[in-house]
Design a protein around this ligand. Structure first.
Ligand code: GLY
Length: 348
């Protein structure tokens, strides 16, 4: 078992516990007088295993989807907590992917002005990104994650075993975020190790080690910049292009996962970095070869002009300029403020 701390203002604000079995969760839960468990229906088996070892005071199933990631679901969770008798000493435990952890985390943040919460992420994407760092929230009107707060979970419990029922496409979606993390910080050549792991048949022990390594990178970034004033923006590597791709895919009725869009977005960020003279020639081609080996997509489904228009609508755009996260090498990123039109012109 490994423990990674998120330290904010000199105190431990959250812990990421990495363990190779769900059994290690029981003593953590026993520290709370009452635990309420909310879980995504797709991973009912994980919730049942947890509940059998440590019976919760209440249990609720969610059908997590981007469409149901809204205030109505949060209010429904709050009603359930109230009816089930959750008080200020209770812990809300969320078991599921990033949608479930975002919904439950946000409900916990507002119920009785905030109760404690913890996560057992069951997707690779949530394990390496969404369930660490305290961002919680819901979609509002047509905007993703428009309502929310940043408040740290008590702990995030990471166990590669729970990924065994994750569909391959969802696993690859998380793989894009895993590789993104190591492109930002390649301590111990984690990027090369991740490419090797993802190019070969799954090896659970190595996967657990890499998930913990990614959690360490993210916990470090959040510890230094919880409120995303500077360094935390690095975690958006590939995301400016990815959000534009996702937006256009929705308009065109195309089925593109977040991770697939991030994978392509990172390649575009690498090409832009080369065109701006920040990255050595050949970096983008190397990443493209790695993506192909890992089974990630490399083709850009829209033309540059379409992506430019979508990027200027991004909620993180400031007027016409955007903070682009660029790559100078594997393990080193740089943020530059440029216009979407300028970026696109360099990519043509
Ligand atoms: N998912 C990016 C962040 O937590 O800042």
């Amino acid at each position: 078992m490994e423990e990674i701390r998120v330290v904010i203002g000199g105190r431990t604000a959250s812990r990421v516990i990495s363990a190779d079995s769900l059994q290690a969760l029981t003593p953590l839960l026993e520290a709370y007088p009452k635990v309420f468990l909310v879980y995504d229906r797709n991973v009912a088996w994980v919730a049942q295993e947890i509940a059998a070892a440590c019976p919760p005071a209440g249990m609720k199933v969610l059908d997590a989807s981007e469409k149901a990631k809204d205030m109505a679901t949060v209010l429904d969770l709050c009603s359930w907590l109230l009816e089930a008798g959750a008080d200020r000493s209770s812990l809300l435990l969320a078991v599921g992917g990033g949608i479930t952890t975002d919904l439950a985390g946000f409900a916990a943040c507002i119920y009785r002005r905030g109760i404690r919460f913890a996560f057992v992420p069951t997707t690779l994407l949530a394990q390496v990104d969404a369930a660490i760092g305290g961002k919680t929230g819901v979609n509002f009107l047509d905007f993703k994650n428009m309502l929310g707060v940043i408040r740290q979970p008590e702990f995030t419990f990471e166990c590669a075993q729970v990924l065994r029922t994750l569909p391959r496409r969802d696993f690859l979606s998380g793989a894009a975020e895993l590789l993104k993390t190591f492109l930002i910080d390649n301590t111990g050549n984690a990027y090369e190790k991740a490419v090797a792991l993802l190019s070969a048949p799954a090896d659970s022990a190595t996967l657990q080690t890499l998930i913990a390594a990614a959690a360490k990178v993210k916990a470090g970034i959040v510890s230094r910049d919880e409120q995303e004033r500077g360094e935390r923006r690095c975690l958006n590597l590939g995301h400016t292009f990815a959000h534009a791709i996702e937006h256009e895919a929705r308009q065109a009725g195309l089925d593109v996962t977040h991770g697939e869009a991030v994978a392509v977005g990172i390649l575009l960020a690498a090409r832009l970095s080369e065109a701006m003279g920040l990255a050595p020639k050949g970096l983008a081609a190397r990443l493209e070869a790695d993506w192909t080996a890992c089974g990630l997509p490399t083709g850009v489904p829209f033309d540059p002009a379409t992506l430019t228009a979508a990027m200027t609508k991004d909620k993180k755009a400031e007027g016409d300029t955007i903070h682009f996260v660029l790559l100078s090498s594997i393990g080193q990123v740089e943020i530059r403020k440029i216009s979407a039109a300028e970026a696109t012109a360099l990519l043509i």
